[in-house]
Design a protein around this ligand. Structure first.
Ligand code: SF4
Length: 181
């Protein structure tokens, strides 16, 4: 039997949660002994090769492309974990949820203090993914089995969560590994 497969993806996030995964430092050598990594920004593999045992998703859904990526990712993951506050509640990008979308566009492309846009046109090329009306946390788009809060969750939190799942233990993290900042 092959090793469990792990994949990760980033939606509307800053890659800080992936950096936190890299912060497990030398333990990453143990991790690659335990699992095979599929699609992930860490190995730059862009497509899933098939079903995976554990999927880690960073970031929420802000546009139609992130929804598509998340739905496809979910289909291939036996267990899906929302990693970090952006995946769990939208995080910083969700600050726009309090502002009507048209006003966001106006500020970004027309009225913002640093905007230079002599044409006065809001970009609408069909290549640009359509923005959603608001930023959605992952669990509002697909089923998510676990949430690891934090911005980002610590390397120790990620390490402990992965080990628990790989060893078939329930994911009951100690208090000191759960944080909301
Ligand atoms: Fe970045 Fe924090 Fe969002 Fe993770 S939770 S993607 S570290 S902003």
């Amino acid at each position: 039997m092959g090793k469990p497969r792990v994949a990760t993806t980033s939606l509307c996030g800053c890659f800080g949660c992936h950096m936190s995964l890299l912060d497990i430092d030398e333990r990453i050598l143990s991790l690659v002994e335990l699992v095979d990594f599929d699609r992930s920004p860490i190995n730059d593999i862009k497509e899933l090769s098939g079903p995976v045992d554990i999927g880690l998703v960073e970031g929420g859904c802000a546009n139609e492309e992130t929804v598509k990526v998340l739905q496809e990712f979910r289909e291939h993951c036996r267990v899906l974990i929302s990693v970090g506050d952006c995946a769990i509640n939208g995080g910083i990008p969700a600050m726009r949820n309090m502002v009507p979308l048209r006003e966001c566009f106006r500020e970004a492309f027309l009225d913002g203090p640093t905007v230079v846009n002599p044409a006065g046109k809001i970009p609408d090329d069909e290549e640009i993914p359509l923005l959603l009306d608001r930023v959605y946390p992952c669990h509002e788009v697909v089923k998510v089995e676990y949430h690891l809060p934090g911005c980002p969750p610590s390397a120790d939190t990620l390490w402990e969560a992965l080990n628990a799942l790989l060893e078939g233990r329930s994911l009951e993290l100690p208090y000191e590994l759960i944080k909301y900042d």
